[in-house]
Write a protein that binds this ligand. Sequence first.
Ligand SMILES: [Zn+2]
Ligand SMILES: [Zn+2]
Length: 295
Amino acid sequence: MTDRLVLLGSKGGPALRPGGPWPSSSLLEIGRRSIVVDCGLGVTRGLTDAGVSLKALDLIFITHLHSDHVLELGPLIHTAWTAGLGTKVTVFGPPGIGYYWQRFCQAMEFDIEIRIADEGRPDLRDLVSIVEFGEGQVAEERGLKISALRVDHPPVTDCFALRFEQAGQSIVFSSDTAFFPPLADFAEGADVLVHEAMLEEGIERLVAKTGNGARLREHLLASHSFAEEASRIASDAGVKRLVLNHLIPADDPEIGEADWIAAVRKTWAGDLTIARDGLVVELSSAKAAPGEETA
Ligand SMILES: [Zn+2]
Ligand SMILES: [Zn+2]
């Protein structure tokens, strides 16, 4: 298995529009581990499209409890169970993730009980371990080290950037955050930094389209980063490749890859990928797959 990062869902926010991209989820295959980072709507479809057997589901990380990052967590695990999941899945998430999982199982109790009795399946609830984490080292097992940094995503306080390290490779996910300089230290020297990004000229049109204009604009400006800010973090951290992800806006026909690239190039001269659903970034040399590199 070649190490790779697959951006399964690349848009910021939970709303879907015809023909547009899907909310946040990523697959990180590193050192023979399959790691799912965030479970926005579409994660199950994204994983199967990426050729991943759901039976092999292993580690799942949730960065925070906004729905565009967690809505499909339960359905993903439940679907893996019906696909024959036989080994334990560990879900790492912020405080509250255990409550989500417990309530999901309660909501699906009829189906879970009937499949155990009727189809002889193992109890789904015994196949899942939940680990609630905070800032600092999250886990270290079989050469894979994961650490977390609390980022700036008001009003959510438990929102964490994640750093995955394995055999000298390191991949950092910013999660959702306003411009947050400590992230540069956290991401120092990483092979890949996946950072969220907004584009200023698209915000006004997005706000007009969505309805609750002023409040939405306020939230976006207080809680998210502009592309230029993502590239400042990448520069200060000295990462090898910057991946812009969780794009806002993500489905504005007037905004294309060239606009994102132009915004970032003011402050970032290194390798660059603009995310789109299903895009693969090969990790052995932190290069995008042939034909997939954007700039
Ligand atoms: Zn989000
Ligand atoms: Zn969020």
